[in-house]
Design a protein around this ligand. Structure first.
Ligand SMILES: Cc1cc2nc3c(=O)[nH]c(=O)nc-3n(C[C@H](O)[C@H](O)[C@H](O)COP(=O)(O)OP(=O)(O)OC[C@H]3O[C@@H](n4cnc5c(N)ncnc54)[C@H](O)[C@@H]3O)c2cc1C
Length: 396
């Protein structure tokens, strides 16, 4: 089948690879000049089955409401009326009843993704600054720790082992980390890596397998007629037997053109990449961290880069990098790792393509030849390699 994959973020690039694996004639299209330039550029770096808990627990909702009124809180909501935003929140509340089932399902997807992701990198022969030092949740309050114990049961149900650790264990596991903690959780099997490098690597591997890439081409229209006509901004048109939509936060608008409703909201997040000088390299951690109270995640990307990411902002499609959202990430780094020199910090903002139930959509559209693999929200790096193969099997 001659199939176009729309979007070359982590979702689209892995899906193109999986479709080529199944013998299809694949074209990977993106408006950016290179793969992995949008949300799949400078995220938290975690391939984290241990982060599978959806945000639908009542305690998360209560925390969220408190954060709305706190300065520098990890959650920010622009209250300007918008049908998109409020319909999304209504569906989010409805999805609370599926909290347990969706959390367990997310763990299962994350575990399945690990194998595909590792194999694709090995077959493609590319590096992505992978670090296998495990992932540690650190809890500053007893309440947070107790909630983590409950989450452990769901993770276990999904097949993931996450160990309970003491405050002393935290110190011995990551001696560079300063501060006092009640306790935490350790997931030895989770790992980290640079999502952008992976997208570039897997796209190069796709090209070697015969995938055509069309980068720097923005898709402005789609018409289904004996397949799908794809129109670019310069008026050029291509015809394909089918289209696979992997357009991140652009998927909602694309779906609308195809007669489908995919209610993705762009949930903005920020990251900093600290360039580590020689002295800072020994002061920065190798174990990946999840600070449950501050909602911050961190990854070591090779010897000389440290990534710190967080915050969820509901403010539409803008990607402005706001200084008052970056500062808490810098302050957090200074507080817990005082030995890291933060004079070289690269800020970034990206939009998580989030469905109200926080579950990715691998599905057929209403019209023939239309498929979706999108809506991976806060866990696209963790889940995409699994949904890529689910999507390819759906096409078969
Ligand atoms: C701050 C932050 C931290 C995060 N941390 C983690 C983490 O630690 N672990 C994890 O698993 N996930 C994390 N995520 C989530 C993860 O980064 C995303 O889920 C993932 O990158 C989404 O990938 P995608 O391919 O769906 O979208 P994208 O990467 O945005 O790719 C979509 C592509 O479609 C293209 N496109 C859209 N519309 C069109 C069009 N009309 N024509 C042509 N091209 C088009 C875009 O140019 C883009 O390249 C984080 C996200 C953020 C913001």
């Amino acid at each position: 089948m001659k199939i176009a994959v729309l979007g070359a973020g982590i979702t689209g690039s892995t899906t193109a690879y999986a479709l080529a694996d199944k013998g299809h004639d694949v074209t990977l299209i993106d408006r950016q000049r290179y793969a992995g330039m949008d949300t799949s550029y400078a995220n938290g770096g975690q391939l984290s089955a241990c982060n599978a808990e959806t945000w639908h627990h009542p305690s998360t909702l209560v925390k969220g409401i408190k954060w709305l009124f706190a300065k520098n809180a990890p959650l920010k909501l622009d209250l300007t009326p918008s049908w998109h935003k409020y319909s999304w929140f209504a569906e989010f509340l409805y999805a609370m009843r599926s909290y347990e089932a969706n959390t367990v399902h997310t763990v299962q997807l994350a575990l399945a993704a690990r194998e595909h992701l590792t194999r694709m990198a090995a077959e493609g022969g590319f590096e992505f600054d992978r670090v296998n030092q495990g992932m540690m949740h650190i809890c500053g309050t007893q309440k947070g720790f107790n909630h983590g114990l409950k989450v452990n049961k769901l993770l276990q149900k999904g097949g993931l082992e996450r160990r309970v650790i003491t405050a002393d264990d935290i110190k011995s596991t990551e001696p560079t980390l300063q501060g006092d903690f009640v306790g935490g959780f350790m997931t030895d099997s989770d790992f980290t890596g640079d999502i952008h490098k992976y997208c570039r690597g897997v796209t190069a591997a796709c090209e070697k397998r015969g995938v055509t890439t069309k980068f720097g081409r923005s898709v402005v229209d789609l018409v289904t007629k004996n397949g799908v006509y794809v129109t670019y901004e310069d008026g050029d048109q291509d015809h394909y037997d089918a289209i696979m939509v992997c357009a991140g936060v652009g998927s909602r608008a694309i779906a609308r053109k195809l007669g489908d409703r995919v209610n993705i909201y762009p949930v903005k997040g920020y990251s900093i990449t600290v360039n580590l000088d020689e002295e800072s390299q020994s002061a920065a951690p190798w174990v990946s961290l999840n600070d449950d109270d501050a909602k911050i995640v961190t990854s070591r990307l090779g010897a000389n880069r440290y990534r710190v990411a967080g915050t969820a902002e509901f403010a539409g499609y803008n990607k402005d990098i706001r200084a008052n959202r970056i500062q808490p990430l810098v302050d957090w780094t200074r507080r817990y790792f005082p030995g890291i020199n933060t004079d070289q910090v690269v800020p970034w903002a990206g939009l998580r393509p989030m469905m109200p139930d926080m579950m990715p959509r691998v599905m057929k559209g209403q019209r023939p030849g239309v498929y979706y693999n999108t809506g991976h929200g806060h866990l696209g790096w963790t889940l995409s390699a699994a949904t890529a193969y689910m999507a390819a099997e759906m096409v078969d």
